[in-house]
Design a protein around this ligand. Structure first.
Ligand SMILES: [Zn+2]
Length: 240
């Protein structure tokens, strides 16, 4: 539903910023519904009254801004008591991004914890350890199929904690900047070399990555590592 990451890409909507959408059998999960997610879902004709869960990796705006309207949509305007919200505690407590009046709409609100397993219908997933980031942030591993490395600075074990057949990696930075808790292209390379997925997908681009052309960056990584690395595009869909 979108590939933009961080403030400038999102503010200018150079790419969309609606996060990821997972469908498995009859289960549908919205991951990180950032600015414009509701518009992206409508444009792709996803019936949000059939959504089963909304997952926030963390409270930053580019991951969470549409969570309230998505909860309303999932619960048919609050009239249908259904669906689950899973998010870190700090999305709910101090300066919450989930409004209090919508919290009675979903069937359940689950506070995510590190290295814990959850299920939504038939879809099981596990959180990573807490990411190196400004707020409480987790990455996710959907069994052997999908690893989703959300915002984080690089840390030892990040590759292993998200290791899967297909790995989606948030690469906000082109060049590494130790003072910023985000992955750069060299970090992504290190992760891919270590975890050896069948396919790695770069997404959540910051402005410098965008200007450097994600498709060319991915092609270069593919050639050098020997693992298929692709650059996500808005609306991209893959079979797992
Ligand atoms: Zn963030």
């Amino acid at each position: 539903m979108g590939t933009a990451g961080a403030r400038f890409m999102v503010a200018k909507q150079i790419a969309a910023s609606g996060g990821l959408f997972i469908e498995e059998g009859n289960t549908r999960i919205s991951l990180d519904p950032g600015p414009g997610a509701i518009v992206a879902y409508a444009a792709r004709k996803v019936d949000l009254t059939t959504l089963d869960a909304i997952v926030l990796s963390h409270r930053h705006l580019d991951h969470s801004s549409d969570v309230n309207v998505m909860i309303e949509a999932m619960t048919d305007g609050g009239f249908s008591h259904r669906g689950v919200l899973l998010c870190p505690s700090d999305a709910l407590d101090d300066d919450p991004v989930v409004l209090k009046y919508v919290r009675r709409f979903p069937r359940e609100i689950i506070r995510l914890a590190a290295t814990t397993s959850y299920t939504v219908n038939d879809v099981a997933f596990t959180t990573s350890g807490r990411h190196v980031h400004q707020h409480e942030t987790y990455g996710f591993r959907f069994g052997e199929k999908l690893g989703w490395i959300t915002d984080s600075g690089y840390y030892d074990g990040i590759a292993d904690e998200h290791k899967a057949d297909v790995m989606v990696i948030h690469t906000v930075l082109e060049h590494c900047r130790p003072e910023l808790p985000h992955l750069c292209i060299a970090d992504a390379e290190r992760i891919v070399r270590e975890a050896k997925p069948r396919l790695a997908i770069l997404t959540h681009y910051g402005m410098a990555v965008w200007r450097a052309n994600p498709t060319e960056i991915a092609a270069d990584l593919t050639q050098r590592i020997g693992t298929d690395v692709q650059a996500a595009r808005d609306g991209m869909s893959i079979e797992l």
